[in-house]
Design a protein around this ligand. Structure first.
Ligand SMILES: [Zn+2]
Length: 177
């Protein structure tokens, strides 16, 4: 379980024949496209995959892949720690024909025959699992300036209320609607 292997690879067809699995870690530095997106160069991707033959002669790969990331919130531009989790359920094949037959009903990836890197199997799903918004709503943004949080009681006098003018402006806009 302690292994962290940059070059971890396997032959999916071989492993599937024995309904095998691969559990381990891959350093994020091995992921050329993912690494620059997650803001944590020393992170490790945790991988738990099982391989089995599916009814169509393809290899079914399923499991979970996750990595700790530090993402920049587009609202407050602060870094927010976030775990990226990807649920995988895809089919591997060496045949382009199978790909066109089965897509888009199934998630199919065309691979070269023989061993392929774990990175190749999981990178796309990890990238697609990066949330577009780090803070789901404005209220949940942990770094939102306090004065902007809705419903906050403001009982200070005007001199300590830099957003008092803004609030007045907001009310004005509302009346226009
Ligand atoms: Zn934020």
């Amino acid at each position: 379980m302690a292994r962290s292997d940059k070059r971890a690879s396997l032959d999916p067809h071989d492993v599937a024949e024995h309904a095998g699995s691969w559990v381990g870690r891959v350093p994020v530095s091995a992921f050329e496209r993912l690494a620059p997106l997650i803001g944590k160069p020393d992170a490790e991707v945790e991988v738990e995959l099982t391989f089995e033959p599916d009814g169509n002669g393809l290899v079914r790969v399923s499991g979970v892949v996750c990595v700790d990331a530090v993402l920049e919130c587009q609202r407050c531009l602060e870094d927010v720690s976030q775990k990226i989790v990807a649920d995988l359920d895809l089919r591997l094949t060496v045949s382009e024909k199978k790909l066109t037959e089965l897509m888009p009903a199934l998630d199919v990836m065309v691979i070269d025959a023989g061993p392929i890197p774990i990175v190749e199997i999981v990178e796309d799903d990890l990238i697609m699992s990066i949330p577009a918004r780090v803070c789901a709503t404005e209220l949940d943004c942990p770094n939102a300036p306090r004065a902007l949080s809705l419903g906050a009681d403001v009982d200070e006098d005007d001199t300590s209320r830099p957003f008092a003018g803004l609030r007045a402006l907001k009310n004005l806009n509302r009346e226009e609607c």
